[in-house]
Design a binder for this molecule. Structure first.
Ligand code: GLN
Length: 495
């Protein structure tokens, strides 16, 4: 077995038995990155020297009997998490030279537990996108390809496309990601891996470059549901540096994966049955429900009536918050500065932001400032906030009848890099099944469940009650066991 093929759990066992060292494991990943990253572009920055040094330190800690829960595991870090002394770009030219003087809480937690960082993973600029084609550092390629058209280059999904592609192609054992409207679950589904957006407040947002603060959550992507559970346990936890971080205990998520689903009531929302959705996705959804019934769960038809307003609501709330958060990039304190010798302050702002932001980010800022402007605030932003409350209430009603909800993760499989690029609204439709969980603050997990006729992965989504990730993991792991998803992407290390 190639060392890059380990699950996180498998690698922990091999490290504990002394069958492999963290240095060997890390070197195997760095070699794979050297060979495949020029094509896949999953990493913006590779920190090879630092990774090897940390791996050696990790091996020494293990030899002293001081191994942490993630001791020696090589991971990719989405380039939205500030890493002390390591360039953090958010996929944007405006942060192209930004080296943070501090570490995000989530990455600090992973380092505390012994993880080794291979580098910073590519993403859509400021995490805005569903295809990882808006990065200032170039697009990421999905390691999977279509059976009948193997030369077509496909997107990995977004915005955490680099994280998902790296994990699928065996360029990392797992990765951090963030999800504002689907950016963990959609790329995980497109790349045939698992990923969870936890409950809002479960992971600290301190040190994560902000997109839409009331929606942003960090979470892991990995090749198994249990691996996501292991990573989340380290990433999560109360942080006094984030006022929205929740002071709740962090349970043993991995133990929950083995719970089974007997006696659970699984909600099937009728509003997630879309006109024109590929029949393969509908069929996979039905198969997933069948598997859960076979394991002793009961499936219940439910209604989430405001689902149809979720996308328009999200595409008002998210740009509004983004326009406010991105006001800080002014060319004065850090990041890019473009100035003319005789220009005034306003000229500095305009030149810096014109040169620093890409087209999608500018579009979001314009939408955001428009919906927040004096004349339109009530009509758009305030209305969207009210609809958001109704969407949240839909779920609260559902939890009276069910313990978890299962839906498709995405309305399509991965698409071509040149497809869906002409019209932003077509791109926004990717998020139709995922934005609801962000608007309501609920945990959502994507798990690979099958292949379409072209041999591309398709995922199912499990949504749970706030702070009940354990049930989400139990249901996700049951789907994973039944699906027995073993297909592999063509582009991968060790192939
Ligand atoms: N695709 C969505 C957007 O473009 C979600 C992005 C995200 O979750 N960060 O806003």
């Amino acid at each position: 077995m190639h060392p890059t093929d380990f699950s996180l759990r498998g690698a922990l066992d091999a490290l504990a038995e002394g069958a492999i060292s963290s240095e060997e494991l890390t070197r195997a990943h760095l070699d794979a990155i050297e060979r495949l990253n020029p094509r896949i572009n999953a990493y913006i920055t590779v920190t090879a020297e630092q990774a090897l040094a940390r791996a050696r330190e990790s091996d020494a800690r293990r030899a002293r009997g001081e191994a942490g829960p993630l001791e020696g595991l090589p991971l990719a870090i989405k380039d939205l998490f500030c890493t002390e002394g390591v360039r953090t770009t958010a996929g944007s030219r405006i942060l192209g030279n930004f080296v943070p003087p501090y570490e995000s809480t989530v990455t600090a937690n992973l380092l505390r537990d012994g993880a080794v960082f291979l580098g910073k993973a590519n993403l859509d600029e400021f995490a805005m996108g569903s295809s990882n084609t808006t990065s200032a550092f170039g697009p990421v390629e999905n390691p999977w390809s279509r059976r009948n058209d193997p030369d077509a280059r496909l997107v990995p999904g977004g915005s955490s496309g680099g994280s998902a592609a790296a994990v699928a192609a065996r360029l990392a054992l797992g990765a951090t990601a963030t999800d504002t409207g689907g950016s963990i679950r959609q790329p995980a589904a497109f790349c045939g891996i698992a990923g969870i957006k936890p409950t809002y407040g479960r992971c600290s947002r301190f040190g994560i470059v902000a997109f839409a603060s009331s929606l942003d959550q960090a979470g892991p992507v990995a090749r198994t549901v249990e691996d996501c559970a292991l990573l989340l346990r380290s990433m999560a936890g109360f942080d006094p540096k984030d006022a929205t971080s929740a002071e709740v205990p962090v349970p043993d998520f991995a133990a929950a994966c083995a719970r089974g689903v007997r006696g659970l009531r699984i909600g099937v929302p009728q509003e997630y049955r879309l006109d024109g959705m590929p029949t393969e996705i509908e069929a996979l959804w039905q198969r997933g429900l069948e598997w859960l019934r076979a394991e002793g769960a009961e499936t219940v038809e439910i209604s989430l009536p405001h689902t149809r307003y979720a996308l328009p609501t999200y595409y008002i709330v998210a740009p509004a918050e983004a326009s406010s958060n991105l006001a800080r990039y002014d060319g004065v304190r850090y990041g890019l500065r473009v100035a003319e010798a005789d220009g005034d302050l306003r000229d500095l702002y305009e030149r810096t932001r014109a040169a620093g932001f890409g087209a999608e980010v500018k579009r979001r800022i314009m939408i955001g400032t428009y919906v927040l402007s004096a004349g339109y605030y009530d009509a758009y932003y305030l209305k969207a906030q009210k609809v958001r409350a109704l969407i949240r209430q839909d779920f609260e009603r559902a939890w009276e009848r069910v313990d978890a909800i299962v839906t498709p993760a995405t309305p399509s499989a991965a698409f071509g890099m040149d497809e869906k690029q002409d019209d932003p609204v077509t791109m926004y439709l990717n998020d139709v099944f995922t934005v609801t969980a962000n608007l309501a603050g609920l945990p959502g997990l994507a798990v690979p469940a099958g292949l379409d006729a072209q041999g591309l992965p398709l995922g199912l989504q499990v949504i749970g009650r706030a702070f009940d990730e354990e049930t989400v993991f139990a249901v996700g792991a049951a789907i994973e066991r039944a699906a027995d998803f073993r297909a592999l992407p063509g582009l991968r290390a060790g192939a």
